[in-house]
Each structure stands twice: as C-alpha cells, then as structure tokens.
Ligand binder design. Sequence first.
Ligand SMILES: Nc1ncnc2c1ncn2[C@@H]1O[C@H](COP(=O)(O)OP(=O)(O)OP(=O)(O)O)[C@@H](O)[C@H]1O
Ligand SMILES: [Mg+2]
Length: 239
Amino acid sequence: MSEPKDSVIACRNLGKTFDDGRLRLQVFDSIDFSLARGERVAVVGASGAGKSTFLHLLGGLDAPTTGEVWVTGKKMSELSDAARGRLRNEALGFVYQFHHLLPEFSALENVAMPLVIRRMRREQAFQIAGDLLKRVGLGERLQHKPGELSGGERQRAAVARALVTRPACVLADEPTGNLDTRTASTVFELMLELNRELGTSLVVVTHDLRLAARMDRIWQLESGRLKAHDGPQPMAELT
Ligand SMILES: Nc1ncnc2c1ncn2[C@@H]1O[C@H](COP(=O)(O)OP(=O)(O)OP(=O)(O)O)[C@@H](O)[C@H]1O
Ligand SMILES: [Mg+2]
C-alpha cells in the first residue's frame, strides 16, 4: 500500500461510531485504504454495512471517530473548514446516494455550479456543463428542474455535476442504482472514459457486481472491516 502522502485518497486506522447518548453504533474501525492516481475501485457490502459512511469520511463530509484521511496528500484534520471545502471542490467529485441536486435550479445550472463556485465565467461554465449533459443523454433537458426529471435523468445529471470539474477523484454512491441496465452501463462508461482521459480515480459503491467487475479492484465492507471481495476480482487488463 502506497504512503498516504502519495495517494489520491488514503485513510489509516479509520473508525466511525455514531453515539447519540442513548445508542452507540460502531460502523467500522481501523480501516486502512489508499487509492493511486487513476485507480478505480468498487466498494460492495450489505445495506447498513457502512458504505455511504465510508465515502462521507473519505470525502471530508463527516469527521471520523478515529484515524486520519488524506486527500491528494493533505491531512483533512489539519485543514480549516474553509480549506477543507476548497480541497473538496478542487480535488473531488461526489455522486450522492440520493441525488442532492438543488431543486430551484435547472439541470444546466446544477451541473455548472461547481465551476461557478470556482469563479469560472458563467458563459464558459454553462458551455462545459451543457456539453457534459449532452454526453449523459440530457441535451434536451438542460432547462428542466430536478423535479421535472425522471429518477434516472436526475442521477445522470448528478454524475455530470461530479465530473464537471475534472476532479482527481470521484466518490460515487450507487451512481447507477435507479437506472435501467442500458443507462447504468452508459453512465458507468462515462465515468470510465473520464478516468482514461484525465486519470480521474474512482471509488464507486455499487450492488451491481457486473459493473463492479469493470473496475481494477472490488472491496467489500463487512462486519466493520474492508477486505478484498470474496468473489473473483476483476481482470483489470481487459477493461
Ligand atoms: N447519522 C447517523 N446517525 C446514526 N446512525 C447512522 C447515521 N448514519 C448512518 N448510520 C448507521 O450506520 C450504519 C451504516 O450506514 P450507511 O448509510 O453507511 O450504510 P450503507 O452501507 O451505505 O447502506 P445502504 O446500502 O443501505 O445505502 C447503518 O446501520 C446506519 O443506520
Ligand atoms: Mg448507502
């Protein structure tokens, strides 16, 4: 395993316990993980195993109970909230399990948002966002608000939003969960294309072992541990 400082994302001794004073739930403890530039991994596991929690900690959306996370070599716990936010915007793209698009804004505005936040000119941001929406098959839906899109269309818009800044790493939580087989494959292919073009690393939570097999490795979260998936590992050279 490479050093945290040389990885796109890494964690050591990562643990998370939810404790509201009445109930104490240890989701996992002591997870060591690192992801090289361009590496693509799938994370599988039963519902409630902690997959979303793991992605939230890797992306700095939630703080670990124990251990440390590094994003592009920077230790998250040593950054101010503002610096952590900037690093997230610069280095990471998120696809949430539930799409998290802003309801008041059109698909085009939602996808352009991460670029606008980076102070890119609006015209340029909208151009790039529009091109990407076309690539996920939403060229005819640019002005639709999330409430006017189907579930699968929303998910594709969310994938476009995660990719639009060409981040070092995309953390995707069931990005194809609500999609039919063909659309799921198209969305997955788009992520793999970006991976090949830009060296974007991918961590994708999925229940679909057929899609998981297209990644370099499959990790399984089970009983609070991250381990190599029980089933066959992908043959990366084929993809
Ligand atoms: N904010 C929270 N407070 C208390 N418990 C939580 C919180 N978030 C998650 N949990 C619990 O932690 C465990 C892991 O949740 P998580 O959402 O990471 O599971 P998951 O593997 O993503 O499941 P799924 O496949 O259903 O999305 C679950 O038992 C859940 O109830
Ligand atoms: Mg989840």
